[in-house]
Design a protein around this ligand. Structure first.
Ligand code: WT7
Length: 651
């Protein structure tokens, strides 16, 4: 990034206030900002009271070991007790915790009382298999209730889980097992996907082969497929099935590790991000309550993320369950057996709160408005988005076509490293602007700075920093604290800021707009231009469903803007489309941001969590061999794009 701050290009004047009845009944009202501002630590201390503690803390925050924080120092709690038992004790044992929907259409409802029994049995089984407080357990599982049970069982006995996304390769799993020194691997025989089954056990076997720390492999039967059986293998239904439902949860120190989660990491060795218990659960619980406005007695909540990502940890398992939510868990893909599957599920369970990703929203827009229109989505009262900047037009599409033009939309910014939501509208308070994550939540402080770390004025862009510690902040990188310091804390060491790695701008009102990863920012004729803004301008053209923009080397302008565009279903690639789209971007944000080259493609390269991999598109745009594609969700995508664009450098 040059010295000049990020250009502030895109203008957005639409505003959406919360519906009056929503605002009146909101869990969190506007006063929360002032309360938190007056005394941040007292505010978080109040939020920690949402949980049940076995022993009180003596100090809210110990920041003397900066950048490794201690929150609720000396306090003791059991995370699983907070997510399960206490709801049963409060008389809510009959409430459904999880409505499981399998891809083939099988379903199961699990009440809090049943969840308590299952978690207790699993905790006993894990103990029986030799797992103790502080031991690491690798969880390589599909989207089935046993995955949540396994995580909670680890938490219940003070063990540290490391969930590895089920679509990761045996090599990726082995590397994570070895890095964490995991003693137990929990997996399944397989799972249902796109109408077929995946043999997960075969991958687990390949990974466990030679992973010397693994003592046992605990296997859930999901598909009933034939699987190879080794000396370390134990069936879940045998070990957990035979265990007692009696298990006394022990209260562990507030800083006892809860989990390690490896970030997808576009480059280099994955980082094992470490989270602990008291502060993490406090913020996961509070933000779930504040941002999703959960009313546990009446709401049905559905987060469509995979448990293999931090979103699944904080907003499928720990946040919602700590709040006593009834939630949906779905095993499969959005287009199996048809492209209306998500909406069929919303209709079936009368989902009220839906949390999904921009990549999914743009895909639904691409498939066509007529698909959600066939289902009754009137139960929905709030929509959330996470994972990438949401283009204003995708935000509007989501609100109109899924939210019936009524629901608040919350664009939530956070990271694996932040543990929980940091920047988001409050749905009953904020007058939302499509495409903006708006303000830091009460108790959170963020800012935008230039390269030197000087705070930029409203109306300018730069780098997003977090300038105050927060309860769910990562406590480090497993086995590599120096890398934790170097990656997040070294850049603005003088100011003591956490460097998030994202570009952002503050608009005239001081509201925050996330502009993508700093590595993706383009430098065109001396202007720093965000890929997000140009992509959003392209997506605001009606025929365009999705766009990815990169800066390719250019002799005269330093970088030139190359755009890859996906059209909506039924849209033809007309001859003048190229000129029309260029003119459209020029009109929306100015001639400086006009792409030099536009390529219509059928798919874009994405990570398995749905983030666009611009690095690979840049390789294509600069006409060189495409780099490492091992983290791609679909490895054939790049071949298709290259085939369409054989000589990208010829304008
Ligand atoms: C990165 C973190 C947070 C859970 C899922 C991703 C991007 C995330 C937003 C948003 C703009 C966003 C950022 C961030 N990101 N949410 N609402 N607006 N960008 O977790 O894999 O750790 O990725 O995702 O670039 O740094 P993650």
């Amino acid at each position: 990034m040059s010295n000049e701050a990020l250009s502030n290009l895109l203008r957005e004047d639409r505003r959406f206030a919360p519906p009056a009845d929503f605002a009146a009944a909101a869990n969190v009202k506007a006063d929360a900002y002032a309360t938190a501002e007056a005394d941040r630590l007292a505010f978080w201390e109040t939020q920690a009271q949402r949980l049940s503690w076995g022993a009180p803390w003596s100090e809210v925050l110990d920041w003397s070991g900066k950048p490794v924080a201690k929150w609720f120092v000396g306090g003791k709690l059991n995370v699983a007790y907070n997510c399960v038992d206490r709801h049963v004790e409060a008389g809510n044992g009959d409430r459904v915790a999880i409505h499981f929907e399998g891809e083939p259409g099988d379903s199961r409802a699990i009440t809090y009382a049943e969840l308590k029994d299952e978690v207790s049995k699993a905790a006993n089984a894990l103990t029986e298999l030799g797992v103790r407080q502080g031991d690491r357990v690798a969880i390589y599982m599909p989207m089935i209730p046993e995955t949540a049970v396994a995580m909670l069982a680890c938490a219940r006995i003070g063990a540290v889980h490391s969930v590895v996304f089920a679509a990761f390769s045996p090599d990726a799993l082995r590397a994570r097992i070895e890095d964490a020194g995991a003693k137990l691997l929990i997996t399944a025989d397989g799972y249902h996907r796109r109408g077929g089954t995946v043999n997960l056990k075969a991958n687990a076997d390949e990974a466990a082969e030679g992973a010397e720390t693994i003592e046992h492999v605990l296997v859930v039967k999901r598909t009933g497929a034939d699987v190879a059986w080794g000396a370390k293998d134990v069936w879940w239904h045998d070990a957990v099935g035979a265990a007692s439902t009696e298990h006394t949860p022990e209260a562990f120190d507030s800083e006892n590790p809860l989990f390690i989660l490896y970030t997808s990491g576009t480059t280099g060795k994955p980082k094992g991000i470490l989270h602990t218990t008291g502060g993490y659960l406090t913020q996961a619980s509070y933000t779930h309550h504040a941002v999703f406005d959960l009313k546990p007695e009446t709401d049905v909540y559905w987060c469509t993320a995979d448990v293999g990502w931090v979103t699944g940890h904080s907003y499928i398992v720990y946040g919602p369950l700590s709040n006593g939510a009834t939630e949906v868990m779905y095993e499969g893909t959005p287009d199996t057996p048809h492209q209306g599957r998500f909406w069929e599920i919303v209709q079936k369970y009368k989902v009220t709160l839906l949390y999904t990703a921009p990549t999914a929203i743009r895909m639904f827009a691409k498939w066509g408005d007529d698909i959600p229109a066939k289902f009754d989505l009137s139960s929905l009262r709030l929509l959330g988005s996470v994972g990438e900047p949401i283009n204003p037009e995708a935000w509007i599409w989501y609100r109109e076509n899924i939210g019936g033009g009524r629901t608040p939309v919350v664009d939530t910014w956070w990271q694996t490293e932040t543990g929980a939501i940091m920047i988001s509208p409050l749905p009953g308070v904020t007058e939302a602007k499509p495409g903006s994550a708006m303000r830091p939540l009460p108790g959170i402080s963020a800012n935008v700075v230039d390269k030197e770390g000087t705070i930029v004025e409203n109306g300018h862009g730069g780098l997003l920093v977090l300038d105050q510690p927060w309860p769910s902040m990562a406590r480090g990188i497993w086995g590599d604290q120096q890398r934790f310091v170097d990656t997040y804390w070294a850049r603005f060491a003088e100011q003591g800021y956490y460097f998030a790695g994202d570009g952002a701008k503050k608009d005239e009102d001081g509201d925050l707009w996330l502009l993508g990863r700093v590595d993706d920012i383009m430098l065109v004729s001396g202007h720093n231009i965000s890929t997000t803004e140009v992509e959003s301008a392209l997506v605001s053209y009606p025929a365009v469903a999705e766009a990815a923009v990169v800066g390719a080397k250019d002799e005269t302008t330093g970088q030139r803007i190359v755009a890859f565009v996906i059209l909506r279903a039924g849209q033809e690639e007309t001859e003048d489309l190229d000129a029309v789209l260029k003119a459209h971007v020029s009109k929306e944000i100015g001639p400086i941001a006009k792409p030099k080259q536009i390529q219509i493609v059928a798919e874009l390269p994405k990570t398995r969590s749905g983030k666009i991999m611009r690095r690979l598109l840049k390789d294509v745009a600069e006409d060189r061999a495409v780099g490492d594609t091992t983290t791609l969700a679909d490895s054939t995508v790049m071949d298709l794009i290259k085939a369409k664009l054989p000589h990208a450098n010829e304008d």
